[in-house]
Ligand binder design. Structure first.
Ligand SMILES: NC(=O)c1ccc[n+]([C@@H]2O[C@H](COP(=O)([O-])OP(=O)(O)OC[C@H]3O[C@@H](n4cnc5c(N)ncnc54)[C@H](OP(=O)(O)O)[C@@H]3O)[C@@H](O)[C@H]2O)c1
Length: 276
Protein backbone atom coordinates (compact mmCIF):
# COMPACT_ATOMS: atom_id res chain seq x y z
CA UNK A 1 0.00 0.00 0.00
CA UNK A 2 1.41 3.39 -1.01
CA UNK A 3 0.43 6.91 -0.03
CA UNK A 4 0.03 9.01 -3.16
CA UNK A 5 -0.84 12.69 -3.70
CA UNK A 6 -2.32 13.54 -7.11
CA UNK A 7 -3.35 17.00 -8.37
CA UNK A 8 -6.05 17.72 -10.93
CA UNK A 9 -8.20 14.71 -10.11
CA UNK A 10 -11.67 15.86 -11.12
CA UNK A 11 -11.28 15.05 -14.80
CA UNK A 12 -9.13 13.49 -17.49
CA UNK A 13 -5.86 11.76 -16.63
CA UNK A 14 -5.93 12.70 -12.93
CA UNK A 15 -9.35 11.12 -12.45
CA UNK A 16 -8.21 7.94 -14.23
CA UNK A 17 -5.10 7.82 -11.99
CA UNK A 18 -7.23 8.12 -8.85
CA UNK A 19 -9.50 5.24 -9.91
CA UNK A 20 -6.50 3.09 -10.79
CA UNK A 21 -4.52 3.64 -7.58
CA UNK A 22 -7.47 3.53 -5.15
CA UNK A 23 -8.67 0.33 -6.84
CA UNK A 24 -5.21 -1.20 -6.18
CA UNK A 25 -5.60 -0.54 -2.45
CA UNK A 26 -3.47 2.58 -2.06
CA UNK A 27 -4.23 5.66 0.01
CA UNK A 28 -4.71 8.54 -2.41
CA UNK A 29 -4.98 12.26 -1.66
CA UNK A 30 -6.80 13.98 -4.53
CA UNK A 31 -6.18 17.70 -4.93
CA UNK A 32 -8.79 19.73 -6.83
CA UNK A 33 -10.15 23.26 -7.03
CA UNK A 34 -13.81 22.37 -7.46
CA UNK A 35 -15.40 20.86 -4.34
CA UNK A 36 -18.59 19.80 -6.15
CA UNK A 37 -16.63 17.78 -8.74
CA UNK A 38 -14.51 16.37 -5.92
CA UNK A 39 -17.66 15.20 -4.11
CA UNK A 40 -18.88 13.51 -7.28
CA UNK A 41 -15.54 11.71 -7.60
CA UNK A 42 -15.72 10.61 -3.95
CA UNK A 43 -19.26 9.28 -4.47
CA UNK A 44 -18.12 7.34 -7.55
CA UNK A 45 -15.20 5.80 -5.62
CA UNK A 46 -17.47 4.77 -2.72
CA UNK A 47 -19.89 3.19 -5.22
CA UNK A 48 -17.04 1.18 -6.77
CA UNK A 49 -16.18 -0.17 -3.29
CA UNK A 50 -12.43 -0.22 -4.02
CA UNK A 51 -9.87 -1.60 -1.55
CA UNK A 52 -8.00 1.67 -1.02
CA UNK A 53 -8.89 4.99 0.54
CA UNK A 54 -9.38 8.46 -0.88
CA UNK A 55 -8.86 11.77 0.89
CA UNK A 56 -10.27 14.92 -0.74
CA UNK A 57 -8.11 18.04 -0.67
CA UNK A 58 -9.69 21.24 -1.93
CA UNK A 59 -7.00 23.62 -3.18
CA UNK A 60 -6.79 26.09 -6.03
CA UNK A 61 -3.36 25.90 -7.64
CA UNK A 62 -3.82 29.46 -8.86
CA UNK A 63 -3.61 30.74 -5.28
CA UNK A 64 -0.71 30.15 -2.86
CA UNK A 65 -3.02 30.85 0.09
CA UNK A 66 -5.38 28.11 -1.04
CA UNK A 67 -2.50 25.75 -1.83
CA UNK A 68 -0.97 26.35 1.62
CA UNK A 69 -4.33 25.32 3.10
CA UNK A 70 -4.31 22.17 0.96
CA UNK A 71 -0.75 21.34 2.05
CA UNK A 72 -1.79 21.71 5.70
CA UNK A 73 -4.64 19.26 5.11
CA UNK A 74 -2.32 16.72 3.48
CA UNK A 75 0.34 17.03 6.20
CA UNK A 76 -2.28 16.64 8.95
CA UNK A 77 -3.00 13.15 7.57
CA UNK A 78 0.62 12.05 7.09
CA UNK A 79 1.05 10.77 10.65
CA UNK A 80 3.94 8.46 9.75
CA UNK A 81 5.83 11.45 8.31
CA UNK A 82 6.23 9.74 4.94
CA UNK A 83 4.81 10.11 1.45
CA UNK A 84 5.58 7.57 -1.29
CA UNK A 85 4.50 9.43 -4.41
CA UNK A 86 3.54 12.91 -5.58
CA UNK A 87 1.95 13.22 -9.02
CA UNK A 88 1.77 16.85 -10.18
CA UNK A 89 -0.81 16.44 -12.90
CA UNK A 90 -3.07 19.53 -12.98
CA UNK A 91 -2.64 22.07 -15.76
CA UNK A 92 -4.59 24.60 -17.81
CA UNK A 93 -4.50 26.36 -21.19
CA UNK A 94 -6.74 29.43 -20.75
CA UNK A 95 -7.30 31.59 -23.82
CA UNK A 96 -7.27 34.90 -21.93
CA UNK A 97 -4.20 36.40 -20.34
CA UNK A 98 -4.77 36.54 -16.57
CA UNK A 99 -2.65 37.57 -13.60
CA UNK A 100 -3.30 35.67 -10.36
CA UNK A 101 -3.93 37.26 -6.96
CA UNK A 102 -0.25 36.49 -6.25
CA UNK A 103 0.85 38.53 -9.26
CA UNK A 104 1.88 35.81 -11.73
CA UNK A 105 0.70 34.82 -15.19
CA UNK A 106 -1.97 32.19 -14.55
CA UNK A 107 -0.42 29.28 -16.48
CA UNK A 108 3.00 30.06 -15.01
CA UNK A 109 1.54 29.74 -11.51
CA UNK A 110 -0.77 26.72 -12.03
CA UNK A 111 1.39 24.69 -14.41
CA UNK A 112 4.81 25.53 -12.98
CA UNK A 113 5.08 27.49 -9.69
CA UNK A 114 2.50 25.38 -7.86
CA UNK A 115 4.24 22.18 -9.06
CA UNK A 116 7.50 23.29 -7.45
CA UNK A 117 5.67 24.63 -4.39
CA UNK A 118 3.91 21.33 -3.69
CA UNK A 119 7.09 19.35 -4.35
CA UNK A 120 9.19 21.45 -1.95
CA UNK A 121 6.47 21.46 0.73
CA UNK A 122 6.28 17.67 0.64
CA UNK A 123 9.97 16.92 -0.02
CA UNK A 124 10.81 15.93 3.58
CA UNK A 125 7.94 13.43 3.59
CA UNK A 126 9.02 12.07 0.20
CA UNK A 127 12.63 11.76 1.30
CA UNK A 128 11.59 9.90 4.44
CA UNK A 129 9.94 7.30 2.19
CA UNK A 130 12.62 7.42 -0.56
CA UNK A 131 9.66 8.43 -2.66
CA UNK A 132 9.02 9.45 -6.25
CA UNK A 133 7.81 12.67 -7.87
CA UNK A 134 6.03 12.58 -11.22
CA UNK A 135 4.86 15.49 -13.34
CA UNK A 136 2.49 15.17 -16.25
CA UNK A 137 4.41 16.99 -18.93
CA UNK A 138 3.98 17.12 -22.67
CA UNK A 139 5.91 16.89 -25.91
CA UNK A 140 4.41 20.35 -26.47
CA UNK A 141 7.45 21.54 -24.50
CA UNK A 142 9.51 20.92 -27.65
CA UNK A 143 7.83 23.93 -29.26
CA UNK A 144 8.89 26.27 -26.45
CA UNK A 145 11.71 28.77 -26.38
CA UNK A 146 13.52 29.54 -23.15
CA UNK A 147 13.75 33.30 -22.59
CA UNK A 148 15.88 34.37 -19.65
CA UNK A 149 14.36 37.85 -19.72
CA UNK A 150 10.71 36.79 -19.97
CA UNK A 151 10.06 33.56 -18.04
CA UNK A 152 6.34 34.26 -17.76
CA UNK A 153 5.91 35.32 -21.37
CA UNK A 154 4.51 38.67 -20.29
CA UNK A 155 5.66 40.50 -23.40
CA UNK A 156 2.91 39.00 -25.56
CA UNK A 157 0.48 36.38 -24.28
CA UNK A 158 -0.44 33.45 -26.44
CA UNK A 159 -2.25 30.57 -24.70
CA UNK A 160 -0.45 27.73 -26.48
CA UNK A 161 2.94 29.39 -26.34
CA UNK A 162 2.53 29.87 -22.60
CA UNK A 163 1.38 26.24 -22.21
CA UNK A 164 4.39 24.89 -24.14
CA UNK A 165 6.72 27.04 -22.05
CA UNK A 166 5.29 25.82 -18.74
CA UNK A 167 5.56 22.23 -19.97
CA UNK A 168 9.24 22.93 -20.75
CA UNK A 169 9.62 24.18 -17.18
CA UNK A 170 8.16 20.87 -15.94
CA UNK A 171 10.95 18.94 -17.71
CA UNK A 172 13.65 21.40 -16.63
CA UNK A 173 12.54 21.36 -13.00
CA UNK A 174 12.43 17.56 -12.96
CA UNK A 175 15.98 17.49 -14.35
CA UNK A 176 17.18 20.10 -11.85
CA UNK A 177 15.58 18.52 -8.77
CA UNK A 178 16.90 15.04 -9.53
CA UNK A 179 20.45 16.33 -9.20
CA UNK A 180 19.68 18.03 -5.86
CA UNK A 181 17.60 15.45 -4.02
CA UNK A 182 18.11 11.75 -3.51
CA UNK A 183 14.72 10.92 -5.02
CA UNK A 184 13.38 9.73 -8.36
CA UNK A 185 11.87 12.45 -10.54
CA UNK A 186 9.94 11.75 -13.73
CA UNK A 187 8.14 13.78 -16.37
CA UNK A 188 5.48 11.79 -18.22
CA UNK A 189 4.33 12.70 -21.71
CA UNK A 190 0.89 11.04 -21.83
CA UNK A 191 0.49 11.46 -25.59
CA UNK A 192 -2.60 12.94 -27.18
CA UNK A 193 -5.42 12.17 -24.76
CA UNK A 194 -9.17 12.67 -25.11
CA UNK A 195 -9.74 15.03 -22.16
CA UNK A 196 -11.41 18.38 -21.54
CA UNK A 197 -8.25 20.44 -21.12
CA UNK A 198 -8.57 22.18 -24.48
CA UNK A 199 -12.23 23.05 -23.95
CA UNK A 200 -11.97 24.89 -20.63
CA UNK A 201 -11.70 28.69 -20.46
CA UNK A 202 -11.38 28.95 -24.21
CA UNK A 203 -13.31 29.93 -27.35
CA UNK A 204 -15.77 27.65 -29.14
CA UNK A 205 -13.37 27.52 -32.05
CA UNK A 206 -10.43 26.32 -29.92
CA UNK A 207 -12.67 23.83 -28.11
CA UNK A 208 -13.81 22.47 -31.49
CA UNK A 209 -10.22 22.22 -32.74
CA UNK A 210 -9.16 20.44 -29.53
CA UNK A 211 -11.93 17.84 -29.90
CA UNK A 212 -10.89 17.30 -33.51
CA UNK A 213 -7.20 17.04 -32.53
CA UNK A 214 -7.86 14.46 -29.79
CA UNK A 215 -10.62 12.45 -31.44
CA UNK A 216 -8.21 9.60 -32.18
CA UNK A 217 -6.23 10.11 -28.97
CA UNK A 218 -5.75 7.78 -26.03
CA UNK A 219 -8.49 7.44 -23.47
CA UNK A 220 -7.35 8.72 -20.03
CA UNK A 221 -7.42 5.11 -18.73
CA UNK A 222 -4.86 4.16 -21.37
CA UNK A 223 -2.23 6.48 -19.86
CA UNK A 224 -2.16 5.10 -16.30
CA UNK A 225 0.08 2.08 -17.01
CA UNK A 226 3.13 4.31 -17.47
CA UNK A 227 2.58 6.04 -14.13
CA UNK A 228 2.06 2.65 -12.45
CA UNK A 229 5.26 1.30 -14.03
CA UNK A 230 7.35 4.31 -12.96
CA UNK A 231 5.97 4.13 -9.43
CA UNK A 232 6.27 0.39 -8.92
CA UNK A 233 9.44 -0.50 -10.85
CA UNK A 234 13.03 0.58 -10.36
CA UNK A 235 13.26 3.09 -13.22
CA UNK A 236 15.84 5.85 -13.48
CA UNK A 237 14.71 9.48 -13.36
CA UNK A 238 13.89 11.13 -16.69
CA UNK A 239 11.33 11.90 -19.39
CA UNK A 240 9.02 9.01 -20.36
CA UNK A 241 6.17 8.14 -22.70
CA UNK A 242 4.29 4.83 -22.79
CA UNK A 243 6.81 3.03 -20.54
CA UNK A 244 9.81 4.15 -22.61
CA UNK A 245 12.40 6.90 -22.20
CA UNK A 246 11.90 9.81 -24.55
CA UNK A 247 14.11 12.61 -25.79
CA UNK A 248 13.37 16.03 -24.41
CA UNK A 249 14.30 19.41 -25.85
CA UNK A 250 18.04 20.15 -25.59
CA UNK A 251 17.61 23.30 -23.50
CA UNK A 252 15.82 21.18 -20.85
CA UNK A 253 19.16 19.67 -19.86
CA UNK A 254 21.05 22.97 -19.93
CA UNK A 255 22.24 23.34 -16.33
CA UNK A 256 22.65 27.11 -16.49
CA UNK A 257 19.05 27.54 -17.70
CA UNK A 258 17.77 25.00 -15.15
CA UNK A 259 19.47 26.84 -12.30
CA UNK A 260 18.23 30.21 -13.49
CA UNK A 261 14.65 28.91 -13.70
CA UNK A 262 14.86 27.25 -10.29
CA UNK A 263 16.38 30.30 -8.60
CA UNK A 264 13.70 32.59 -10.04
CA UNK A 265 11.02 30.09 -9.06
CA UNK A 266 12.38 29.77 -5.55
CA UNK A 267 12.47 33.55 -5.20
CA UNK A 268 8.78 33.69 -6.14
CA UNK A 269 7.90 30.89 -3.70
CA UNK A 270 9.96 32.04 -0.72
CA UNK A 271 7.22 34.20 0.89
CA UNK A 272 4.84 31.23 0.81
CA UNK A 273 6.98 28.21 1.68
CA UNK A 274 6.88 26.75 5.21
CA UNK A 275 10.67 26.25 5.12
CA UNK A 276 12.09 28.67 2.50
N1 LIG B 1 -4.90 15.72 -22.94
C1 LIG B 1 -3.75 15.67 -23.60
O1 LIG B 1 -3.71 15.38 -24.81
C2 LIG B 1 -2.46 15.99 -22.89
C3 LIG B 1 -1.27 15.89 -23.64
C4 LIG B 1 -0.08 16.15 -23.01
C5 LIG B 1 -0.08 16.50 -21.67
N2 LIG B 1 -1.25 16.62 -20.98
C6 LIG B 1 -1.18 16.99 -19.56
O2 LIG B 1 -2.01 16.13 -18.80
C7 LIG B 1 -2.33 16.76 -17.56
C8 LIG B 1 -3.78 16.51 -17.24
O3 LIG B 1 -4.56 17.16 -18.21
P1 LIG B 1 -5.84 16.48 -18.86
O4 LIG B 1 -5.59 16.37 -20.29
O5 LIG B 1 -6.28 15.30 -18.09
O6 LIG B 1 -6.89 17.69 -18.73
P2 LIG B 1 -8.08 17.97 -17.71
O7 LIG B 1 -9.10 16.91 -17.80
O8 LIG B 1 -8.51 19.37 -17.93
O9 LIG B 1 -7.34 17.85 -16.30
C9 LIG B 1 -6.66 18.92 -15.71
C10 LIG B 1 -6.99 18.92 -14.24
O10 LIG B 1 -6.33 20.03 -13.61
C11 LIG B 1 -7.26 20.65 -12.76
N3 LIG B 1 -6.95 22.06 -12.53
C12 LIG B 1 -6.88 23.05 -13.44
N4 LIG B 1 -6.63 24.22 -12.85
C13 LIG B 1 -6.54 23.96 -11.52
C14 LIG B 1 -6.32 24.78 -10.38
N5 LIG B 1 -6.15 26.11 -10.47
N6 LIG B 1 -6.31 24.20 -9.16
C15 LIG B 1 -6.49 22.85 -9.04
N7 LIG B 1 -6.72 22.04 -10.09
C16 LIG B 1 -6.75 22.59 -11.31
C17 LIG B 1 -8.58 20.53 -13.50
O11 LIG B 1 -9.66 20.76 -12.59
P3 LIG B 1 -11.19 20.97 -13.11
O12 LIG B 1 -11.76 19.60 -13.21
O13 LIG B 1 -11.79 21.81 -12.03
O14 LIG B 1 -11.10 21.68 -14.43
C18 LIG B 1 -8.49 19.10 -13.98
O15 LIG B 1 -8.90 18.19 -12.98
C19 LIG B 1 -1.93 18.22 -17.72
O16 LIG B 1 -0.73 18.46 -17.03
C20 LIG B 1 -1.70 18.37 -19.22
O17 LIG B 1 -0.74 19.38 -19.50
C21 LIG B 1 -2.44 16.36 -21.57
Amino acid sequence: MKTIVITGVTSGIGKALVHHFVKQGNRVFGVARNSERLKTLETDLVRENYKGTFVSVVADLASFKSLQEGVRTIKSHLHAGTLDVLINNAAIVPKQHKITEDGYELQYQVNHLSVVFLTLELIDYLQAARGKVLVTGSDAHKRARFAYDDLQGLKRYHALRSYCRTKLYNVMTTEYLKTHYNLSFYTVHPGRVKTEIGTKDTSRFYAFMWRLFTRKGYLPDETVDTYDWLINQDIKSGYYHQKAPRESLLIASNQKAQKYLFDETHKALTPFLTKP
